[in-house]
Design a protein around this ligand. Structure first.
Ligand SMILES: C[S@@+](CC[C@H](N)C(=O)[O-])C[C@H]1O[C@@H](n2cnc3c(N)ncnc32)[C@H](O)[C@@H]1O
Length: 300
């Protein structure tokens, strides 16, 4: 059998990175963290059964998903998930899954909620990931997608002054650093529609992401103002949150006994102690200290 991992797009690998301590903690990004939480609270449903957090990282935002009975944290990095597990603990409420968003190891219709925050900007093939997300959601499920906006105020200004060579109005994503993309809002809208999502609302976030403002004004003031500005719908910010509903007919397996399938062939998995085994392709996948590891099979 061909190795399906060889044909997948490259991944921005956070394995072993100090994302938590080098990017967030004490790094002057309390404002960004707070305004993202404001947007999420605005967009999340009041209650849900099971939410998939794609690219959960170290679980920075997982506490926002308390309205869901269960949260599945998925990330390609085992080390990020270990941080998350240390922080959130081990219980039936949280499931930790190391896997690639290009090939989600879940049965169709296993979730009624999904989020992808600060992750799609690392994805070169957005269409495949969005179709995967749609596959694992039930019809009517809520999908919150955040993307880095290429048509933000600073980029438009820089472009008009000739200080930026890429065009913020062009629909094509811009890869400004390897595996880091900014997207045009219309491009994302088209991708979501093609993947069978109906966009309910788009919320501009991080109006005041400027060191000069953040250094001078209290974070709470900027966050409150941002919360107000988010209601304007002005899509000129560096970050945009979208709330989408899964449409079209597809299976509902929210109450199925197991959510997992083989990421390589999509078949049923059998649990044997600390290993899950595919009944069709016979690949075996490890469960390491409570984290399901679907990055590569044990036999490879
Ligand atoms: C910038 S971090 C964001 C983490 C978290 N969502 C947050 O906002 O704090 C991006 C995360 O996406 C994960 N990631 C990138 N590409 C991925 C892929 N193809 N499949 C699964 N996770 C991926 C990385 O491992 C990393 O933890």
């Amino acid at each position: 059998m061909n190795n399906p991992r060889e044909s997948r797009p490259r991944i921005c690998d956070y394995e072993g990175s100090n994302y938590r301590t080098e990017f967030w903690e004490g790094k002057g990004r309390d404002y960004e963290d707070r305004v993202e939480r404001i947007a999420l609270r605005r967009l999340l449903p009041r209650h849900g059964r099971r939410l998939l957090e794609i690219g959960a990282g170290f679980g920075r935002l997982t506490s926002e998903y308390d309205n869901y009975e269960q949260v599945v944290l998925l990330d390609y990095s085992l080390s990020q998930l270990r941080y998350a597990q240390q922080y959130l603990g081990t219980s039936d409420r949280y499931l930790y899954v190391a896997a690639d968003a290009y090939s989600l190891p879940f049965r169709a219709g296993s979730f009624d909620g999904a989020t992808i925050i600060r992750v799609i900007h690392h994805i070169s093939d957005t269409s495949t990931v969005l179709r995967q997300v749609r596959r694992v959601l039930v019809p009517g499920g809520t999908f919150i997608l955040e993307f880095a906006n290429k048509r933000h105020l600073k980029a438009m200004l820089r472009y008009s002054l000739g200080r930026q060579n890429w065009n913020p109005y062009d629909l094509k994503p811009v890869e400004f650093v390897e595996l880091n993309y900014d997207f045009h809002p219309e491009y994302i809208a088209q991708m979501l529609a093609a993947a069978q999502f109906e966009t309910q609302c788009r919320v501009p976030v991080s109006f005041f992401r400027l060191a000069s403002l953040k250094n001078r004004l209290p974070t709470s003031l900027l966050a409150t103002l941002d919360g107000w500005m988010q209601r304007t719908g002005l899509l000129v910010t560096p970050s945009i949150f979208t709330q989408n509903t899964a449409v079209g007919s597809s299976p509902d397996n929210l109450t199925a006994p197991s959510i997992f399938v083989c990421p390589d062939c999509g078949s049923e998995l059998v649990h044997d102690d600390h290993i899950v085994r595919c009944q069709t392709c016979q690949h075996r996948w490890a469960v390491r200290d409570g984290i399901y590891d679907f990055k590569a099979p044990l036999d490879e």
